[in-house]
Design a protein around this ligand. Structure first.
Ligand SMILES: [Ca+2]
Ligand SMILES: [Ca+2]
Ligand SMILES: [Ca+2]
Ligand SMILES: [Ca+2]
Length: 348
């Protein structure tokens, strides 16, 4: 009976999972190094054109992709620094402008951005356009989510049709990659005029892999778009990457699943020793970071331990205190071993 109930619960929870949420489009900039113009294809899911370049300056694909926590990534990134303003456009495969445009009535987008050092407050980021591309560009800007990292400017959103503008409280930091996420709720605006029928929420550096986090800023928007551009005014040194469009938070923030097999040998005691030897330090997966968070901590140990014991591993082999430092592990497990954390603060 219990088994039947468990199966029924499993079945019902599968049924109640979002049935239609999809990733509409993705670009990880997995292209050969060089000009972005002409990369991608009109047949890529979610898109209707390859990348164009508008004017004499455009982004350049570089081999080193950006990363953010355990966000899934691929390929390189696009460097927007150039002698003048960089403008690259691309068409979407549909017009998005009302609740029936997507299965959830929402349009989500995300991208990574890493500011460099520059002066002034140039526009840098992702903008959506109402018209399709005519040649290399579209002409009717709709709204954008941008970064400006000088003079007190911060990650924010602007409706380019009307005076809707909101900013997060997150200031861009030179050299630090940020994840920007936007959620457009068609028909969700305050709706007192034709200029605010939709709602936008922006999320800066959200926690991944769980429930949808609270937003950092909300605003009204009139959203009606079928193309977009990435741009950097005056070629300010920004790098963009991992562009996603979808209809839920999870779609545009897919995470790498935890993997307790750190050394490729199957889940075993050797993986524990790696975690133990790098405990409370900033490390990559192969050095103990089971959940790809960028840091080796209790969560990594817990995930490994669960997998190890589930697979029949012996608890007696888990030894936090190999010679010649007996006692250290007992203190660790007691939660009072704070000295290494204090000496090596987490750099974020
Ligand atoms: Ca990439
Ligand atoms: Ca608009
Ligand atoms: Ca292993
Ligand atoms: Ca970790």
């Amino acid at each position: 009976m219990r088994r039947t109930l468990a199966l029924a619960t499993l079945f019902l929870s599968a049924l109640s999972a979002p049935a239609h949420a999809v990733l509409i489009g993705y670009d990880g900039f997995d292209y050969p190094a060089g000009s972005l113009a002409g990369r991608g294809s009109a047949s890529d899911p979610g898109f209707s054109t390859a990348w164009t370049q508008s004017g004499s300056n455009g982004g350049t694909v570089s081999g080193a992709g950006l990363t953010y926590a355990n966000l899934q990534t691929s390929g390189g990134a696009v460097d927007m620094s150039a002698g003048g303003t960089t403008l690259n456009f691309r068409g979407l495969d549909a017009a998005y402008n009302n609740p029936s445009s997507t299965a959830t009535g929402e349009f989500w987008f995300s991208y990574l951005v890493r500011p460099g050092a520059y002066t002034g407050t140039p526009f840098v980021g992702l903008s959506f356009y109402t018209d399709p591309l005519a040649g290399d560009a579209a002409a009717d800007p709709d709204f954008g989510l941008v970064a400006r990292n000088q003079g007190g400017e911060i990650y924010g959103f602007t409706d380019l049709d009307v005076a809707n503008h909101v900013e997060s409280n997150v200031t861009p930091t030179d050299g630090e990659t940020a994840l920007l996420v936007g959620r457009v709720v068609f028909g969700g605006g305050s709706n007192t005029s034709a200029n605010n029928e939709d709602q936008i929420q922006i999320f800066v550096n959200p926690v991944l892999g769980g429930v949808e986090p609270p937003s950092d800023a909300d605003g009204n928007v009139t959203a009606d778009f079928q193309s977009f551009r990435i741009a950097s005014q005056n070629g300010a040194p920004f790098v963009l990457d991992e562009l996603r469009f979808g209809d839920s938070f999870a779609d545009v923030t897919p995470v790498t699943p935890p993997n307790p097999d750190l050394d490729g040998s199957g889940v075993g005691i050797s993986d524990f020793e790696i975690i133990r030897d790098n405990f409370l330090t900033e490390q990559a997966h192969g050095q103990g970071d089971v959940d790809f968070s960028g840091f080796v901590d209790h969560q990594d140990y817990f995930l490994w331990r669960t997998a190890y014991l589930t697979a029949g591993g012996s608890e007696a082999l888990i030894n936090w205190s190999p010679a010649p430092e007996p006692g250290a592990a007992l203190l660790l497990l007691a939660g009072i071993f704070v000295a290494p954390a204090a000496r090596r603060p987490r750099q974020r």
